[in-house]
Design a protein around this ligand. Structure first.
Ligand code: CO8
Length: 256
């Protein structure tokens, strides 16, 4: 197993952490494939009662732009993270995203798959994909509006508007915003609390809440999002947006 992502299971709590500090924990395809295997391990292990995502300094600054920048639509489709992200929701155990630093793009989309989110007041969260000439492609356009409402989601996605942990709490994007030095302790407390609850009741509560808020088209909507996302890799603006990021300059979009 590579050291890009690690899982620790201790006293019924599984913690998954990304270890790519040199790119602010950007998510490569290999890393997501490893996460997929970890999620299967969790599913097969009845001892695991709670799943926590926590990475030092930065939650994840999105999918790896350098890796994605060369994709054509077929490559982008193969790069897609949604099947792994959907597994997190389907686990049946509660999950918590403990967010420090940046949670951008596919990083925030990972946090959106969790049942609960705790952020440092100083964290920065956003679905910033439009800066690159693409859209969120791992459930973000579907999950964000469910949490913050359509208007706020459109504001954040259309304008790549980022919010602090504190503002994320105000708009319902995270459950709690705490001082940076209290982040880990709060995450640990919440995980311990969940561990003491009935796993059966938790599973049922989770299932019932999700049944209530989802319509039958939810998965279809995510599949559709992935289709649209991948098709953008045929556009000039995707090439320009990603090239500009890599070359550290402002993109000049041509709307095509
Ligand atoms: N991918 C690749 N490299 C990255 C990424 C990224 N997402 N983010 C940061 N890095 C790298 C930088 O290139 C830089 O590397 P180098 O030192 O070699 O130049 C290093 O990390 C440090 O970054 P910065 O120097 O830019 O650090 P700053 O503190 O100045 O800025 C920011 C931090 C604001 C977070 C800035 O790095 C940034 O804007 N990053 C890009 C964020 C972004 O746009 N994320 C969305 C990516 S698109 C996406 O997630 C699509 C998801 C679709 C679903 C996926 C399914 C396939």
């Amino acid at each position: 197993m590579s050291s890009q992502i690690v899982m620790r299971i201790e006293d019924g709590i599984a913690t998954i952490s990304i270890r790519r500090p040199e790119v602010l924990n950007a998510l490569s395809k290999d890393l997501i494939d490893e996460m997929d295997i970890m999620l299967d391990e969790i599913k097969a292990n009845p001892e695991v009662r709670v799943l926590v995502f926590y990475s030092e300094k930065n939650f994840a600054a999105g999918a790896d732009i350098k890796e994605m920048s060369v994709c054509d639509p077929a490559g982008a489709k193969a790069f897609v993270f949604s099947s792994t992200y959907n597994k997190i929701e389907a686990l049946g155990i509660p999950s918590i995203a403990v967010i420090d630093g940046y949670a951008f793009g596919g990083g925030l989309e990972l946090a959106l798959t969790c049942d609960l989110r705790i952020a440092s007041k100083k964290a920065t969260l956003g679905l910033t994909e439009l800066n690159l000439g693409i859209i969120p492609g791992a459930g973000g356009t579907v999950r964000l509006p469910r949490l913050v409402g359509e208007a706020k989601a459109k504001e954040m996605i259309f304008m790549s508007r980022t919010v602090s942990g504190e503002e994320a709490k105000q708009i319902g994007l995270v459950n709690a915003a705490v001082e940076p030095e209290e982040l880990l302790e709060t995450g640990a407390k919440w995980a311990e609390k969940l561990k003491t609850r009935s796993a059966v009741a938790l599973r049922a509560a989770k299932e019932s809440i999700e049944n209530g808020i989802r319509d039958t088209d939810y998965v279809t909507a995510i599949d559709r999002e992935a289709e649209i996302w991948a098709s953008l890799f045929d556009s000039y603006d995707q090439k320009e947006g990603m090239a500009a990021f890599i070359e550290k300059r402002k993109p000049k979009f041509q709307n095509r």
